[in-house]
Ligand binder design. Structure first.
Ligand code: SAM
Length: 262
């Protein structure tokens, strides 16, 4: 039987992980979904907002993609024609390293109605929740959000450019290239520049380390910090509102205090 609903795609940002960091508009989109296609970084508790929808996982688990991007694009179109309203639920914001615009473009080619619901990107929400202010008067006048791994698996050249500025730099998908990133900073800046790495930010499983260009790799390795994580580099990290409390809890040996000249 032919579907009588208008085929529609809504691209929805789910936020960084804490279920309360989704928007009301996203919840409404989920409530009206006929099918939800969701990614690995999405907190699965959010699927409860779509009790009447078919739910399909299309992300990456244990390093393997459940579907290629081409297959996801085709799935969106075929599912919209079959069921009606497809919600494509992605971690953070769909337009920040989320390929949301590619999916919209593809759907438009096939005549689907489309809509976008912004989400809180991990690039902004994770540092904020950890008390790191990306800009601060007299300390950082701007921030960069850069991918550590480009589509051809290289380190983005923007990291070299950003390391020469006084800006705060937030690197996503950078953990596999941490050593390369730190050596660029060692060439262009001083070893004492503060760095934070936050894994699973805003989730119950959040882990973080704060150190400097010269200490952070060891600290991250000791705590087994790995993807998904963001790397925040810049003087603002030193001024995080939770830093003192954090150090008291985790680094009572004062090792890092000395490194940061606190
Ligand atoms: C493909 S990108 C997607 C980013 C997403 N669209 C956003 O706006 O947050 C995936 C990367 O985002 C970062 N990321 C996403 N959620 C995170 C979280 N809760 N904590 C730390 N990093 C996160 C990690 O660097 C991860 O490798």
């Amino acid at each position: 039987m032919r579907n009588l609903k208008t085929p529609k795609l809504t691209i929805v940002g789910a936020g960084p992980g804490d279920v309360e960091l989704i928007t009301l508009k996203a919840v409404k989109a989920l409530e009206s979904a006929d099918i939800v296609l969701y990614d690995a970084l999405v907190n699965e508790e959010l699927l409860e907002y779509a009790p009447n929808a078919e739910i399909v996982f299309v992300g990456k688990r244990l390093g393997c993609h459940a579907y290629t991007q081409d297959q996801i694009n085709d799935l969106i179109v075929s599912m919209a024609n079959r069921y009606g309203h497809v919600v494509r639920l992605k971690g953070g914001d769909s337009f920040v390293f989320g390929r949301g615009s590619e999916e919209i473009d593809y759907a438009v080619k096939f005549g689907l109605e489309t809509a976008v619901v912004p989400g809180i990107s991990s690039a902004l929400g994770v540092p904020a929740a950890a008390g790191i202010s990306l800009t601060q008067r007299k300390i950082a006048e701007s921030f960069w959000v850069i991918t550590g791994t480009t589509s051809d698996h290289k380190l983005s050249n923007d990291i070299m450019l950003a390391s020469k500025s006084a800006a705060t730099v937030v690197i996503l998908m950078g953990m596999h290239k941490l050593d390369e990133i730190l050596s660029i900073y060692q060439q262009n800046r001083n070893d004492d520049l503060p760095v934070a790495i936050i894994q699973n930010g805003t989730k119950n499983s959040e882990q973080k380390v704060i150190g400097t260009i010269s200490t952070i790799a060891k600290l991250a390795a000791e705590k087994n910090i790995a993807s998904p994580a963001i790397i925040v580099i810049g003087e603002v990290v030193k001024n995080t509102s939770k830093l003192t409390e954090y150090f008291q809890e985790h680094f009572e040996d004062e090792f890092i205090f000395q490194n940061l000249n606190l």
